[in-house]
Design a protein. Structure first.
Length: 346
């Protein structure tokens, strides 16, 4: 029987009167010539007037896509879909820290003092660039802006929106290290149609991208964390179309849309997911466990159902709960097929 890597328990935190969701789940037991590749380090724009509108280097794009499949393309990978100018992927690899500032249990963002966290993130970024010097690394803060809740809350939506000042904190911290920002949405009983417009004043900024989490999309009305939720292609297409609309309206570089996934059922009808030049979709394997389990989950949920780009999540604590009690190394992760272009730490 196939065992999937699972997400960690989210600790309950009561800070400033805010209660966070706790999910109590158990752990289910020919290569391109790199010397000729040009590096294209992204320059983060914090205002749309700073964006350089240049043509996409399709030759470099193709070469880097070949690099990500270790020079061995097949019928599924790489996925060929050229973005608009200013795209981050695959010209750069994103290394992100995930979490919420109100909770030490939801990820590394809230666990460490600010300066220590930023220094650690930058050190991790250097580690990944050393592991694959072909692709420059862009650091990121992946902030949970809407958290799923076990209680109904206002409007009986089983979700809690973070105050603007906390998102602004993420933006300021990211700017201090020339990083980008992801706002992550856990909808509970709400919907993307309701939650994304509420974040538009942040999503319209050029350095802000989006993450959506099917695990907490409770289409059957269940309490979040009682079971694993799901998104259909229609949900992902809505999010992608919404971001594409912002890119066109505000003349932005392409947005990145990260979709969390660690089982097939979390995303249905994947072949119907639309690709757009304004949006780069990353399917991110975010289950925890020992290396063999994580690799198996990656192959099942990511490799076999290609969307556009692949991501991989590492857990500083939960990946070490069972033998061999260690994180996978950058080299081990980069050896996956395809090689992930988005790396997330919790």
């Amino acid at each position: 029987m196939i065992k999937y890597a699972l997400r960690p328990t989210l600790a309950v935190a009561l800070l400033l009167g805010i209660a966070f969701s706790a999910c109590n789940k158990t752990d289910a037991n020919k290569v391109p010539d790199k010397t000729n590749l040009k590096k294209k380090q992204v320059t983060i724009a914090f205002d749309s007037s700073e964006i350089e509108h240049v043509h996409i280097d399709t030759a470099l794009y193709d070469t880097l896509q070949l690099h990500l499949v270790h020079g061995k393309p097949n019928a599924k990978w790489p996925v060929k879909s050229y973005p608009l100018p200013g795209a981050i992927l695959p010209f750069n690899r994103v290394v992100a820290y995930y979490g919420n500032f109100y909770s030490k249990g939801m990820g590394i963002l809230g666990e460490l003092p600010t300066e220590e966290m930023l220094n650690k993130l930058q050190a991790e970024a250097r580690n990944w660039e050393a592991a694959d010097p072909t692709i420059p690394v862009v650091p990121a803060l992946h902030y949970i802006a809407v958290t799923a809740q076990r209680s109904p809350g206002a409007g009986a939506k089983y979700r809690l929106r973070m105050p603007d000042h906390q998102i602004e904190k993420a933006l300021e911290l990211a700017k201090s290290i020339n990083a980008i920002v992801f706002l992550d949405v856990q909808i509970g009983h709400s919907s993307l149609q309701e939650e994304l417009p509420a974040l538009e004043h942040f999503l319209k900024l050029p350095q802000v991208h989006l993450g959506i989490d099917p695990e907490y999309s409770m289409k059957g009305g269940e309490i979040p964390c009682a079971k694993i939720g799901t998104y259909d292609a229609a949900d992902i297409n809505y999010a992608s179309a919404y971001l594409a609309g912002l890119v066109k309206k505000f003349e932005l570089p392409p947005k990145i849309l990260v979709v969390h996934r660690f089982t097939r059922d979390m995303v249905t009808n994947y072949k119907q997911i639309a690709l757009r030049p304004e949006v780069q979709i990353v399917m991110n394997m975010d289950g925890f466990g020992f290396p063999a389990k994580k690799i198996s989950s990656y192959e099942i949920a990511i490799s076999t159902e290609p969307i556009q780009f692949a991501g991989f999540k590492l857990f500083y604590k939960n990946d070490k709960l069972t033998a061999p009690y260690r994180l996978m190394t950058p080299k081990e992760v980069l050896n996956l097929f395809p090689s992930p272009v988005y790396i997330q730490y919790q």
